[in-house]
Design a protein around this ligand. Structure first.
Ligand code: C2E
Ligand code: MG
Ligand code: MG
Length: 443
């Protein structure tokens, strides 16, 4: 029997192609962005048994198995994701909102876990050990076929790998980012990265109380800029993330801590890549940086993206507990994009939850996104966490977030990320919030 989730999320193969074409079409007419963050992914899942080669034949028991897998898949996907059973051995999945390669990888792990089976049913041994190949579009991806070819090639690669997962992030067409590695390594080692700061406006304090530190890679004249998400992805994939994070943490504490004597008392939030939580020295590195720059731990927030499964690892939970004991605040970033369970959220020693900008940007146009924002605010407050909305781009959104009880907002309406020098000037002339906190909307 079809569950309603299965009925809602299953489409035919043409439906998947159409979804991809629509999303690629949205970029038509836009200026060729230097390195746009890919926003969706196509996965190809092969349901071959563990030995790899043997295909499943459409026997009644295999068809029953496939029905079971369809239900599991529908249950594991999120609202706008879609899947299509291409044949008894293959399923295509369209992941509608995937902000970065890390999110896609997490989703792939999640689906693999949901579809992996081994056991006896009705006296018959059943084993499903899927291989999952994923492809994300790049600026050069022009059509659904191109992406499908990339997903197929990724799936072949995945079949030969021990973890049976492989993601290709350039849609089969983009630049080979490994070429950037030596240059990025030199920039990190030579302290040539920069940090920009984006203010978070606190409704209770009626002013900006914290800034988020965001890495920037200024490249030599004539070289294409690389988006921060991509810089972080390259650093993570090539063992440079520790150096990058140490640079951002120390620069942020030095620059923002250094503003206190001028009366600019700000907290600072630093993004921590989930991979760092495997590093036993992380709490010590953070403690040292706080002591070197004389900043109280309470003024430091560490953001961990929700698109990670660190809540599943004992070592990561231990690192989080030590950071919390130190006094630093822990925050879940990009909330709503990940696959975290309530149990996992509750187990983490969090102070804050940040709602992803995808939902905030659309909350005044989409009832579904508004509902997600509202639910996230209530959820955070029920867990006694503060809640920040990211990506507030206009006044109606800020007003609405205030009415919904959100604690703080971050977004282009308040200010764009800026260098430390500009932040000093901005601080002195912060926007007058009375216009949008106290008075009714105009018109
Ligand atoms: P994030 O941590 O979620 O940071 C917020 C991102 O949203 C920033 O992008 C910011 O510029 C953007 N943003 C803020 N308000 C608005 C708005 O109103 N509209 C729109 N369209 N965008 C807005 P940015 O600087 O490009 O950084 C992207 C991501 O790269 C960050 O997302 C974070 O995940 C990662 N990142 C940046 N710096 C670091 C770092 O030092 N370490 C790590 N691990 N990741 C970093
Ligand atoms: Mg962040
Ligand atoms: Mg975020």
């Amino acid at each position: 029997m079809l569950t309603s989730a299965t009925a809602q999320r299953e489409v035919d193969a043409a439906g998947i192609a159409q979804l991809i074409e629509e999303r690629l079409g949205e970029r038509e007419g836009l200026p060729p962005a230097a390195d746009p963050a890919p926003a969706f992914a196509l996965l190809l899942i092969r349901l071959a048994p563990h030995d790899g080669g043997r295909l499943l034949l459409p026997t009644p028991s295999n068809l029953a198995l496939l029905a079971d897998l369809r239900g599991r898949l529908a249950g594991a996907l999120r609202g706008e994701d879609r899947f299509s059973v291409l044949g008894i051995n293959e399923i295509a999945v369209f992941l509608a909102r995937v902000r970065s390669a890390s999110v896609a990888r997490l989703a792939m792990h999640h689906l693999k876990r949901a579809l992996t089976l081994r056991g006896e049913t009705d006296g018959e041994m059943r084993e499903v050990h899927p291989a999952i190949g994923g492809a994300m579009p790049s600026a050069g991806t022009r059509c659904a076929e191109q992406l499908a070819a990339a997903a197929e090639s990724a799936c072949r690669t995945a079949s030969g790998k021990e973890d049976r997962l492989h993601l290709q992030v350039d849609g089969g067409s983009g630049p080979d980012r490994s070429e950037l590695v030596p240059e990025l390594r030199a920039a990190i080692e030579g302290n040539r990265l920069e940090v920009h700061y984006q203010p978070l406006f606190s409704f209770a304090h009626r002013r900006c109380t914290t800034v988020e530190a965001l890495v920037r890679w200024p490249r030599a004249a004539g070289r294409q800029p690389v988006a921060p998400d991509a810089v972080v992805d390259i650093a993570r994939q090539h063992g440079l993330i520790q150096g990058l994070t140490r640079f951002v943490l120390n620069t942020a504490l030095r620059e923002i801590g250094g503003m206190a004597p001028s009366g600019i008392g700000l907290g600072v939030a630093v993004n921590l890549s989930p991979a760092l939580f495997g590093d036993a020295d992380l709490p010590e590195t953070v403690a040292q940086a706080l002591s070197v720059w004389g900043v109280a731990a309470e003024r430091l927030t560490l953001e961990i993206t929700e698109a990670s499964d660190i809540g599943d690892s004992a070592a990561a939970m231990d690192a989080m507990a030590r950071l919390r004991t130190l006094g630093a605040r822990l925050s879940i970033d990009d909330f709503g994009t990940g696959y975290s369970s309530l149990a996992r959220l509750r187990a983490m020693p969090l102070a804050e939850l940040k709602i992803d900008r995808l939902f905030v940007a659309n909350m005044n146009r989409s009832r579904a996104d508004l509902q997600i924002v509202r639910t996230a605010i209530d959820l955070a407050h029920n867990f006694e966490l503060e809640v920040v909305a990211e990506g507030a781009e206009d006044e109606p959104t800020v007003r609405h977030l205030h009415r919904l009880g959100c604690d703080a907002v971050q977004g282009f309406f308040i200010a764009r990320p800026m260098p430390a020098q500009s932040l000093r000037a901005w601080w002195g002339s912060q926007p007058d919030c009375r216009a949008w906190m106290d008075s009714p909307p105009q018109g």
